[in-house]
Unconditional design. Structure first.
Length: 129
């Protein structure tokens, strides 16, 4: 069972009806930190880099910041830990690495999203149910 599924199940089983529980990994990161981590993980997983670059970080283009642009994303997941004892089983990096692996292993799905042929239909084990 995935970390998120485990948290949702715990909330359904032990949470107080009407209460809100934030599910998070206690991993406050800036946007730049997220992108640089993604690039480093891709460097480790993909031998052939595009366009003759030696590191994916070389593809980062800095643009002028926009008013209201989020510089970071963070939630307080302390309540679910305090009240229900839930903690993530993944680190930020291990979860991101698994996400990258999924996308690299599902190139056909990615192609269908990019070409517009994927229309949001349900996929996966329960698709035929």
């Amino acid at each position: 069972m995935s970390t998120i599924m485990r948290a949702l199940y715990l909330v359904m089983e032990q949470g107080v009806p009407g209460e809100t529980y934030n599910i998070g990994g206690h991993n406050e990161k800036t946007n730049a930190e997220v992108v640089k981590t993604l690039c480093r993980l891709l460097d480790d997983k993909i031998e052939q880099h595009p366009d003759g670059i030696s590191r994916f970080e070389e593809l980062i283009t800095h643009v002028e910041d926009r008013p209201g642009h989020d510089r970071r994303y963070a939630i307080d997941a302390g309540k679910i830990k305090r009240e229900l004892g839930w903690e993530p089983q993944e680190t930020f990096e291990s979860g991101l690495a698994k996400t990258i692996d999924w996308y690299l292993g599902n190139g056909n799905w990615c192609d269908h999203v990019r070409d517009g042929s994927y229309q949001g239909e349900r996929l996966g084990l329960a698709a035929g149910e």
